[in-house]
Design a protein around this ligand. Structure first.
Ligand code: BTN
Length: 251
């Protein structure tokens, strides 16, 4: 990727949706779309993402030469880039920023930012090998000025920590770090991203509960494996790789 092309809007339904429209129309990798507010912001698992003016709503278009499984690891490099952008906003926050598996960024243990990856796999001719990715959209929401009340998890905003950052400025810091980590991921693979993410991991070594569609699993969060799965040590000492689910500290 050579550089980002940033387009800024006052209002959009969703920056992910705008980038998807552009991707379908053939836009090149590197498009970045910023909106002051969104009327239909999307979160993970079909949840809405409340999107008032003052917060950051940014989506970028990538067209990596990667399998869908490899591209799913883009959430880890985005989380690391986000943590570094927060440090650029205020270096004093360094020790309070953590990355929560699989794709949140916490400030003092409360959710500051969320990441939503959406992708499309290229169509392949019948009988040929499986398709690669056509595009990946990385959508990023950061609570700069406001955080939603009444969330099922603790939430916070930079402003609640006395830090003022304009969305345009934060977008600049974030795109710089995202470009850096995307380049390393393309050149060196997941290993350096994994190492950087582990250096900031929330709850590593601690007892956690993993909420899965068919029930909860309790264990110790021991590592992130080389595919991005969370390695959970179960009470009987065995290890289970978790590829999807929500993680909470054990009570
Ligand atoms: C999450 O649920 O934690 C992910 C939230 C992702 C929200 C961002 S805001 C910019 C982009 N546009 C959207 O509609 N969603 C993402």
């Amino acid at each position: 990727m050579t550089a980002w092309t940033l387009r800024a809007f006052d209002v959009l339904d969703s920056t992910n949706e705008e980038v998807r429209r552009e991707a379908e129309a053939g836009a090149a990798e590197g498009l970045a779309v910023l909106a002051r507010r969104q009327t239909a912001g999307r979160g993970r698992r079909g949840r809405a993402w409340v999107s008032p003016e003052g917060n950051l709503f940014l989506s970028v278009l990538l067209r990596p030469k990667a399998t869908p499984a490899e591209a799913a690891r883009l959430s880890f490099l985005t989380a690391v880039a986000l943590a570094e952008a927060v440090e650029l906003a205020d270096p004093a926050l360094r020790s309070k920023i953590t990355c929560k598996w699989p794709n949140d960024v916490l400030l003092d243990g409360a959710k500051l930012a969320g990441i939503l990856l959406e992708s499309r796999t290229a169509q392949v001719a019948p009988g040929s090998a499986g398709g690669g990715l056509d595009w990946v959209i990385v959508g990023i929401g950061v609570n700069l000025a406001h955080f939603p009340p009444d969330t099922p998890y603790a939430a916070t905003a930079l402003a609640a920590h006395g830090v003022t950052a304009a969305p345009e400025d934060f977008a600049g810091w974030l795109l710089a770090r995202l470009g850096y980590w995307y380049g390393r991921w393309q050149g060196e693979g997941f290993a350096p991203v994994r190492e950087a993410w582990l250096g900031r991991a929330q709850g590593i070594g601690q007892a956690v509960v993993v909420r899965l569609p068919d029930g909860d699993l309790q264990g110790r969060f021991v590592a992130l494996d080389e595919t991005g799965a969370l390695l959970l040590e179960l009470p009987d000492g065995s290890r289970q790789a978790i590829t999807a689910g929500d993680v909470f500290p054990a009570a």
